[in-house]
Design a protein. Structure first.
Length: 228
């Protein structure tokens, strides 16, 4: 029965309507049956290169779901490389979903080594996408940026400037993710006392504002205030 259903979804992946294609690959990724994963590979590969960004961003999440079922298949079929390629996508939501999928896969991986080696060009693409994606996309990107170590203080300073506007975001998760990145960068900039002092002053108001939020958010805000 599952295989019969998958055959229908495979056909839908060729539909002229991008919403149908995206829905098909999303549904296939939710069918957690080992025997049908091989049927998913070809349509997923096509959807990762689809001309429509909505289909690509949906396919990116599907790779993470497939990895949860069969890690070896994802690696052998080259889906990890395709996900990494999506970090350079022209659509910010595709980039954000690729980051989210890679982060999820990285957490589930037993190798212990990061799947993506962050470098200056990749970081620049993530920072560019940061300004245009949804709030949860911003959280995923900021969390990825928190694992990056800048080459020098100049690069760290540049990243700080591009992340600081997120401190004014209405979503507490975005603010806290931005604080996390800035706190790490401030450690690297410890010799530049004036810059660190300026950043500390910028961090204080949003953290104080979060003290009127839910208890869990208040706790995290207080921990960060203590560090500042």
């Amino acid at each position: 029965m599952a295989i019969m259903a998958v055959n229908t979804f495979v056909k839908d992946c060729e539909d002229s309507n991008p919403l149908i294609r995206a829905l098909a690959v999303r549904t296939m990724g939710c069918i957690r049956v080992d025997k049908i994963t091989e049927y998913l590979c070809e349509p997923l590969r096509k959807c990762l290169k689809d001309e429509d960004p909505y289909v690509r961003k949906t396919a990116a999440v599907c790779v993470a779901k497939l990895y949860d079922i069969s890690p070896s298949m994802v690696e052998d079929q080259g889906f990890l490389d395709q996900l990494k390629d999506l970090l350079s996508d022209s659509n910010p939501m595709v980039v954000a979903n690729a980051v989210a999928a890679l982060s999820e896969i990285n957490e589930a991986s037993v190798s212990g080594r990061p799947l993506v080696e962050m470098n200056a060009p990749t970081i620049n693409k993530l920072l560019t996408a940061l300004n245009e994606c949804t709030e949860w996309g911003q959280v995923f990107i900021l969390d990825a940026l928190s694992n990056y170590s800048p080459r020098d203080s100049r690069e760290a300073h540049s990243i700080c400037e591009r992340i600081t506007p997120r401190l004014a975001h209405a979503n507490a998760a975005v603010v806290l993710s931005a604080v996390k990145v800035l706190m790490k960068l401030m450690e690297m900039l410890s010799d530049e006392t004036e810059l660190v002092s300026t950043l500390s002053r910028k961090l204080a108001p949003p953290l104080v504002t979060l003290l009127s939020a839910e208890p869990e958010v208040q706790y995290v805000a207080l921990r960060n205030i203590n560090l500042v």
